[in-house]
Design a protein. Structure first.
Length: 191
């Protein structure tokens, strides 16, 4: 799967989400290679913010498209939401651990493993079927919605928030605004 469209084709949701995957995994690699605890923390906070924004955009727009267009779509969405729950739990734990401790790096590796599994499911199975089952112009429009959703989405994990389109469209922007304010006030790096 490529993260750039082929010549003559506009960027669509699959391109955007795949590029997000590459970026998140690259940032996690940088965390693992970093020795300075503050730089580790900044990179991890950026990864967390990126994963949260990506997940919210998927839940708002991609999952409803999967439910509609993929055979067994509702079951696949439920599976993905469970994976999101597991990833959120690791990110929440990572937020509260000192970046200079071995536990921090254990959680980074756990997050990377969970993300790689989730990415592999999406890129090897779901994304090709989305591209085959949804007209190209709809995928491009879906990509626009995904990009817009990421700008208003929260930047911190919220383990008790529902993984629902309705929640993210009604309450999520307010949560995102509060998260971005907290990030600015605390100097938290979110990319």
């Amino acid at each position: 799967m490529t993260d750039t469209p082929t010549p003559g084709r506009e960027t669509d949701a699959v391109d955007i989400l795949t590029a997000d995957h590459r970026s998140m995994l690259e940032l996690l690699g940088q965390v693992e290679g970093e020795t300075d605890p503050q730089r580790r923390r900044d990179l991890a906070d950026t990864v967390i913010a990126e994963v949260v924004r990506h997940s919210v955009a998927e839940e708002m727009y991609v999952y409803p498209a999967m439910e509609k267009h993929l055979p067994n779509g509702p079951e696949e969405v439920e599976h993905d939401k469970k994976e999101h729950d597991e990833i959120v739990q690791v990110m929440k734990a990572l937020e509260d651990v000192d970046a200079a401790t071995p536990r921090f790096m254990e959680l980074v590796r756990d997050l990377e493993g969970q993300l790689r599994h989730h990415v592999d499911d999406e890129e090897s199975d779901q994304f090709p079927r989305l591209r085959a089952g949804i007209p190209a112009d709809e995928l491009v429009e879906l990509g626009r919605k995904v990009e817009k959703a990421k700008t208003a989405a929260p930047t911190r994990p919220h383990p008790h928030a529902p993984h629902s389109e309705l929640f993210h469209k009604t309450i999520g922007p307010g949560v995102g605004m509060v998260d971005r304010l907290r990030d600015r006030l605390s100097g938290r790096s979110t990319g």
